[in-house]
Design a protein around this ligand. Structure first.
Ligand code: HEC
Length: 127
């Protein structure tokens, strides 16, 4: 069930980014994927209330685990200590958070690199 859902969202992403080569359509695909796969736990609006996960506005370049007021797990703080969010770091995180921080509260992983890239492209625009 979950796999079928992920396949259809990937198909949608492929359709959207293939429809035109402008960055606007790529952004729309990533934004959609973010809405489907991340938004239940993560907000990006500046004034959003605290969610299950930290707000991701301005995540690119931010030091991991530094959003004021968010109760990061000790496992997260240990695994990501001293790291900042680059595209490569995010890619590794989304592929399997448990690899970087065993025991982290983030229950998600994404084996499809195209889906990860699309979401990361979107996050670059959320400043
Ligand atoms: C089921 C809820 C859930 C989902 C779905 C989820 N996350 Fe998370 N995320 C979390 C939690 C909880 C944390 C904090 C982890 C901890 O403290 O162990 C986190 C942490 C993060 C962080 C670290 C942020 C910081 O302040 O350093 C990033 C980046 C992140 N998530 C990105 C994503 C993206 C992108 C997606 C979608 C592809 C996603 N997450 C999906 C719950 C989730």
């Amino acid at each position: 069930m979950k796999a079928a859902w992920m396949r259809s969202s990937m198909l949608l992403a492929a359709l959207l980014s293939g429809a035109a080569s402008s960055s606007v359509s790529a952004q729309t695909a990533g934004e959609k994927l973010f809405g489907q796969q991340c938004a239940a736990c993560h907000a990006v609006a500046a004034d959003a209330p605290m969610g299950m996960g930290p707000n991701l506005r301005g995540i690119m370049g931010r030091s991991a685990g530094t959003l004021a007021g968010f109760p990061y797990s000790n496992e997260f703080k240990k695994g990501l200590a001293g790291k900042a969010w680059t595209a490569a770091q995010l890619d590794a995180w989304l592929e399997d958070p448990q690899n970087l921080a065993p025991g982290t509260y983030m229950m998600y992983k994404q084996s499809d690199a195209a889906v990860r890239n699309s979401i990361i492209d979107y996050l670059q625009t959320v400043k």
